[in-house]
Structures are given as structure tokens and as C-alpha cells.
Design a protein around this ligand. Structure first.
Ligand SMILES: Cc1ncc(COP(=O)(O)OP(=O)(O)O)c(N)n1
Ligand SMILES: Cc1ncsc1CCOP(=O)(O)O
Ligand SMILES: [Mg+2]
Length: 212
């Protein structure tokens, strides 16, 4: 089983801070796990960003995961991919990337999670917890009850996979979320749009740490 951090910071395509600046600030704040999520760039631009961020992450000892773009496997010094397509075939993906690369998947039902486990994903993002502007969609918000339910179901079925809550998480949600027994959380907007990025990251970090 691979080591998975409990707090994942996700970069975002935003005008006021480049992905490289976001990664730099996250590392300075102490981030140990960054998911580079850009859905608006060419492969050449992606690789420019990813290579620059990989150097920063290497300096700080931070794990770098790329959202989707699995065709870039082997082209940059990254530690894994997070695949958002809930229908993706993780057996094929695993064959493609090998066993050293971390593979995470998105889920919003227990059945999704079971399939991810069966197909060998290393962790799952489970959401959306609440309203999110990062990726607006029509999925019902899971709320705290949604995580209580999934933790109970996984336990009952003896399914072990690190599951992270994601989508619209604010600092004031962290304690209750972690109390559900969920493995960790993934956050983008509440850090990227905070008045003080570093303070926001560190608030999340402290709250996750204190709740575990
Ligand atoms: C850790 C992590 N979890 C989830 C996502 C994105 O999940 P996604 O499927 O895009 O979200 P919904 O559309 O289901 O809300 C991620 N990038 N990282
Ligand atoms: C990529 C992604 N998809 C759904 S939520 C999310 C990112 C995290 O959401 P938020 O920006 O609200 O923390
Ligand atoms: Mg999705």
C-alpha cells in the first residue's frame, strides 16, 4: 500500500495566481501533497508547468500528482495521476503507468469506490461535500452524513482504501468531516481564493492534524 497524505492541495486555472505560483506558495506553507489540475493548456504548456512544479516539489520533498493527462506518463518527474473520469478503466491505467506511480480516482457512490478498489486504485476522492465553484456540477452534496454513510459501508464490507472528502470544504468543516472517520480531505478554492494563501493552507493542515 502506498503512503497517501491526509491533506491534498489542488491547483486551479485562475487569473490571479499561476499554477507555478500556487505550487510555490503551497510548498512554502508546508504542503506535502499537490495535485496539479489544469484543464486549459496544450501538452507543451502543461509540461512546462509540470516540470517547473516538479522541481519545486523535489526541493521541498512534496508529492506531485497530475489530474488526468495520463498520456504525459513518463514525460515528467511526477509521482502519480488523479483520474476524474468515473468510468475510467483503472486496470488499463495501471498497466500503462506501472506500480510505482500513484493512481487516484474520483467517486461519488460506494459502488464507484468498490470498483476503484477492485481495479487497484491507491486512493479515492469522494465528493462533492458541498457547493464548489471549482467544478460546478449537478451531483447531490454529500454533507457530513454522506461521509458517515460511506465510512460505515466500507467498514461493513471490509474495504480498505484511503478516501478523501472533496468539494467546497472550508476550514470550519474539517473537524466534523474528520470525525466521520474519513481518511483525509482535498482542498482547492478555500486556499486559492483566501486573502492569505499560506495562512489558509496552514489552518487546514493544523485542523486535519488535530483531528487525527
Ligand atoms: C482528491 C480528488 N478528489 C476528487 C477530484 C475531482 O473529482 P471530480 O470527479 O472531478 O468531482 P465531481 O465532478 O465528482 O464533483 C480531484 N481532482 N481530486
Ligand atoms: C476538482 C474538483 N472537483 C470537484 S471539487 C474539486 C476541487 C476541490 O473543490 P474546492 O475548490 O471547492 O475545494
Ligand atoms: Mg467527476
Amino acid at each position: 500500500m502506498k503512503y497517501i497524505e491526509k491533506l491534498h492541495y489542488i491547483t486551479h486555472d485562475i487569473p490571479h495566481l499561476s499554477h507555478i505560483e500556487q505550487a510555490q506558495q503551497a510548498c512554502e506553507a508546508g504542503a506535502k501533497w499537490i495535485q496539479y489540475r489544469s484543464l486549459s493548456k496544450s501538452d507543451e504548456e502543461l509540461l512546462q508547468d509540470i516540470n517547473a512544479i516538479a522541481e519545486i516539489c523535489d526541493d521541498w520533498g512534496t508529492t506531485l500528482i497530475v489530474t488526468d493527462h495520463v498520456h504525459l506518463n513518463g514525460k515528467a518527474d511526477i509521482q502519480g495521476f488523479h483520474i476524474e473520469d468515473m468510468d475510467a478503466d483503472f486496470i488499463k491505467l495501471r498497466k500503462l503507468v506501472g506500480h510505482d506511480i500513484t493512481l487516484g480516482g474520483s467517486a461519488n457512490t460506494v459502488d464507484n469506490l468498490i470498483r476503484l478498489v477492485k481495479e487497484g486504485a491507491d486512493y479515492a476522492g469522494y465528493g462533492p461535500f458541498a457547493e464548489t465553484e471549482t467544478k460546478p456540477n449537478n451531483y447531490a452534496h454529500l454533507g457530513i452524513e454522506g461521509y458517515q454513510h460511506v465510512v460505515k459501508e466500507l467498514k461493513a464490507q471490509a474495504i480498505g482504501i484511503p478516501v478523501l472528502a472533496v468539494g467546497g470544504i472550508k476550514t470550519y468543516d474539517v473537524e466534523a468531516l474528520m470525525q466521520t472517520g474519513i481518511y483525509g480531505i482535498a482542498v482547492s478554492g478555500a486556499i486559492n481564493f483566501a486573502d492569505d494563501f499560506i495562512e489558509a493552507y496552514q489552518d487546514f493542515y493544523t485542523l486535519v492534524k488535530e483531528s487525527t
